[in-house]
Design a protein around this ligand. Structure first.
Ligand code: RIB
Ligand code: CA
Length: 316
């Protein structure tokens, strides 16, 4: 059964193997209306993440989804992405046919501002990358806040991290941007690392991906093999696909548990820069309206795998 109204979304990504699989899920979902995508540096340089996003959308059959280029570096830190986990081209060496189009002429903030203004409903921003583009948007065009329903973000954690013991990649890369977005007052659904680590494909499931048949499954098989080669050792139970898990919050919210918390970001700490400080035990006694982060804690693993295979099969 199809919903009466799809959820309008704009995807901000640093495509990236797990971003790519999140796009694969979103594109085939009858629940989502993808208004556009913006790119940022993170997993790879802005040139690579933009090319991957254009190529992937065309490969997945949606060359009509406009793509705009975002920032090539964090707000204040003069570092350029180099990447390693996602390979030299950002998608594990996979070669898509080159997209036949170029990005939108507008920069990401102006592009998103215009999409928000043109949409009759409030829009969900899906941030699968450092929050740089969204921080710039909110700083330059604060009126946009009224047009945003929520920001679904891959990142944040309690007592764990990936580039550091306490910071997750998308916060660590641009902590000031994450801090500004979280403090904006817009509801942020944080798909935490604690949550996404519980969502994985087992080795037996990974071995079945290509057998689904069709070009999308063959592509997924190749990029998953590359991802497993660089990150497979991180979870002895299987392979985590963080951005894919995040996107599932929109297509199957019932597979998650979570709660509202006050959250801030450490931007200075010698050991803790990029850490999300979650007032998990309510030490600060913040009122509900200041608890603007819905922190996802767990994801149903079996549903995660089922949803992924269902999406793959839908490509035929
Ligand atoms: O920690 C995982 C996140 O960092 C994902 O968004 C991945 O693509 C990288 O950007
Ligand atoms: Ca990402």
């Amino acid at each position: 059964m199809y919903p009466e109204k799809k959820i309008p979304i704009i995807i901000d990504c640093d495509t990236g193997i797990d971003d790519l699989l999140a796009l694969l899920l979103a594109v085939q979902s009858p629940l989502l209306d993808i208004l556009g995508a913006t790119t940022t540096a993170g997993n790879q340089t802005i040139e690579n993440t933009t090319r991957n996003t254009l190529d992937a959308l065309e490969f997945l059959g949606r060359p009509d989804i406009p793509v705009a280029v975002g920032r090539d570096r964090p707000l204040y830190r003069n570092v350029l992405a180099q990447g390693s986990i996602h390979g030299a081209n950002g998608v594990g060496g996979y070669r898509f046919p080159a997209a036949k189009r170029t990005p939108d002429h507008r920069a990401a903030p102006e592009f998103v501002r215009d999409l928000l203004a043109a949409c009759p409903d409030k829009v969900t921003l899906v941030a699968l990358a450092p929050l740089t583009n969204i921080a710039v948007l909110l700083e330059k065009y604060p009126a946009c806040k009224e047009r945003i329903d929520k920001i679904l973000f891959m990142g944040g954690s309690i007592a764990t991290g990936n580039p550091t013991p306490v910071a997750t990649a998308n916060v660590w890369y641009d902590p000031e941007a994450a801090r500004a977005v979280i403090a904006s007052g817009i509801p942020v659904v944080m798909c935490s690392l604690n949550c996404s680590r519980g969502a994985y494909l087992t080795k037996a499931e990974l071995a079945k991906v290509r057998g689904v048949g069709g070009p999308a499954a063959a592509m997924a098989d190749e990029v998953l093999k590359a991802y497993y080669a660089t990150t497979g050792g991180q979870n002895p139970r299987g392979l985590n696909i963080h951005d894919l898990c995040t996107m599932m919050y929109l297509t199957d919210p019932g597979m998650f548990t979570g709660d509202w918390y006050f959250v801030d970001v450490e931007c200075k700490g010698e050991l803790t820069c990029g850490m999300t400080v979650v007032d998990y035990e309510d030490r600060l006694h913040k009122p509900r309206e200041e608890k603007t982060v819905y922190f996802l804690k767990t994801a149903d693993r079996d549903r995660f795998a089922d949803n992924f295979f269902r999406a793959l099969k839908s490509y035929g």
